[in-house]
Design a binder for this molecule. Structure first.
Ligand code: SF4
Length: 263
């Protein structure tokens, strides 16, 4: 996943006064029950206290680093299973070759595209995924991202998930960071933090955790954007798979028990 960058930097600067609601947004219920697996400990005040602690410690993350919505989409596909540093090189290659457009990706020879994105790993599969996405864009929306993002969130999410190579995390990254649709992006870091804080369990699905966030937070693109970025920062630098740095972490006071191996 990407580190901080340029895209959305302005929008983020006003977020430090949360909780706040976007015009027309509905406050979420104070407590949510998610499914038959039992009541959740998660409520709006709890999740907002996580957000507040992270934002106070780390400030705005300026996500997503991309100059255009299409660049964000390309980045979201290329960052699957690799670090953002590797993706940045691919984006630069595509930009230099003037291929960072839907038409550029659709018309470039597959072998050349694969060569240009080699550093992202799984480059042949990712070249196919990029080509599949731009074909979908042309066939479903005449190649227009504006038309695509004008589609309702639920319908567009369903359609994106039908495109080869786009799973839930990629679809939601595209919806939130490129299209500004209010969808919370779940990843391994959010899962790990929630599990360690006993707010969710390993058996819970991607959808379960996404709904947990969305049902217990105000429906706000800016909040979802910043919160996810702060979670990634925390997962990378503090809540590591091994030897988590709980003692230095902004969420330490919210931790219900000591984690094995934590410093
Ligand atoms: S590092 Fe420790 S305190 Fe921080 S999020 Fe992970 S489990 Fe919680």
């Amino acid at each position: 996943m990407p580190p901080g960058g340029r895209y959305l930097a302005k929008e983020m600067s006003a977020l430090h006064q949360l909780p706040q609601f976007e015009p027309g947004s509905e406050p979420a219920p104070q407590t949510v029950r998610l499914d038959a697996s039992g009541p959740s400990r998660v409520s709006q005040p709890i999740l907002l206290s996580y957000y507040d602690a992270l934002f106070a410690a780390h400030g705005p993350q300026h996500w997503w680093p991309g100059r255009t919505p299409f660049e964000v989409i390309v980045g979201a596909i290329l960052t699957q299973n690799t670090s953002w540093t590797n993706v940045e090189r691919c984006i630069e290659n595509l930009r230099r070759e003037k291929l960072l457009t839907p038409r550029g990706i659709e018309t470039v020879a597959p072998a050349r595209l694969a060569r240009l994105i080699r550093s992202s790993g799984y480059f042949r599969q990712k070249a196919k995924k990029l080509k599949t996405f731009v074909r979908f864009l042309r066939e479903a929306y005449h190649g227009s991202l504006t038309k695509m993002f004008d589609t309702s969130t639920a319908i567009l999410r369903e359609r994106l998930l039908e495109v080869h190579g786009i799973g839930p995390e990629t679809a939601d990254s595209i919806l939130l960071y490129a299209g500004k649709h209010p969808v919370f992006v779940v990843d391994a870091y959010s899962r790990r933090i929630l599990e360690r804080h006993e707010l969710t369990e390993a058996k819970h699905s991607y959808e379960h955790i996404r709904q947990l966030f969305e049902n217990s937070l105000p429906r706000s693109v800016a909040l979802y954007n910043e919160f996810h970025a702060l979670i990634v920062h925390t997962g990378k630098h503090y809540c590591r798979a091994r030897n988590p740095r709980c003692g230095e972490c902004a969420l330490n006071s919210l931790l219900p028990g000591r984690i094995a191996g934590a410093s």
